[in-house]
Design a protein around this ligand. Sequence first.
Ligand code: HEM
Length: 413
Amino acid sequence: ADTGADTGADTGADTGAGVEFVLDPATLDVHADCERLRELGPLVRVEMEGVRAWAATRHATLAAVLAHPDLSRDIAYWDPAGRAAVRDGTAVRRITFDTSMLNAEGEEHRRLRGPMARVFNARRVEELRPWVARLAAERVDHLATLPPGPVDLREEFAYPIPRDVITELMGIPPAMRARVHELTDVAAGVGDTPVDVTEARKVLYGMVAEIIEGLRRTPGPGLISALVQEGELTGKELLDTVELVFIAGHVTTVNLLTNGARALLREPAQLALALGGELAWSAVVEETMRWDSPIAHFPMRYAVRDLEIEGVRVRKGEAVVACFASAGRDPERYGARACRFDAVAEQPGHLSFGHGRHFCLGAPLARLEGEVALAALFEAFPDMRLAGPDAGTRPLGSVLGNSTRSLPVLLGE
Ligand code: HEM
């Protein structure tokens, strides 16, 4: 909600300026909020789950913020008063106190990212294409067995494909997969049931620790075993890395598949071009990433010193949030069609996988999953349609993710 406060009004209590906009998971409407944020300015004072920060709302500003050498993801640079406002059990807390590569910089970042980067490089990921296509085909077969009537595509299709891909790549024992995933959803703040996030994380950590212990004794296939054998990460770093990859590698991709399918169901002419081979599925994926970024707002970077960005003074110790969904519809970057889904037109690149040194490690994998899964789905069910005018409109209810809780469709004629 817009608070109407002036930029720069000093509240004294935390890190400075007054709040102009509150990002509240209970009431937020991602794209309407983003439009308002862009209007308010390139850097807007927001409150997010109780925490105050600058929100980078436009493409150029966000690109500058993500690559800025003096905006660090290292929480040590955050003003203690700002940090003290982080509430227990919130998604912001999970991300800000994570000790994986996400919140490391410099040599430490290279040490934590290196082992993972070796596994997720574009060439190795491309080798996974036939396997991902098989998983998608199995899901399509599953859809065909469901009784007639509305089917929730998010639940039955978008959710299980990235789950199966990431658990298999990580090497989670099959018997633990379903439970680990329920818990990561809760920890990521996207579960449908109101469960205590802190409690869920404890259980999750216990399970992952058990898996790691087992792999120390008996190495197995998959990334966790490789990380354990390399021995470069401490126990806590391993746990945080595994949790990060589950959340980063699953929920975001579920949103991508859901948002891409919804966009095509609303744009039958573009769907026809994709099915006819005149529009590449990769272009559909990129346009979905831009127009309906799977991540809405992402915490947090901290000013290492006093800075000026787009004429706005950011003081040492203040935090900056990245508004990916907002930058994707910035008219300064995308012109008159910024708010229209148009996978056909040539488009300038987007920032929805990040930019600079923390650029998404899983981008090649997410892109591959998006292309393969959307193609398999629409080729099998070319007559699929939304189950009603309100289908797929209930927001996820998270400040981080941008998608809908369900996507009810009718599969055939
Ligand atoms: C980082 C988005 C899929 C693993 C990031 C960042 C973004 C992002 C925006 C940068 C965060 C920042 O700079 O603050 C997405 C989206 C995805 C996706 C939208 C799906 C559509 C994946 C997948 C994996 C993954 C499939 C793993 C297999 C990571 C990791 C980082 C990261 C490990 C941290 C990189 C670092 O800090 O150096 N992602 N991601 N992501 N992503 Fe993804």
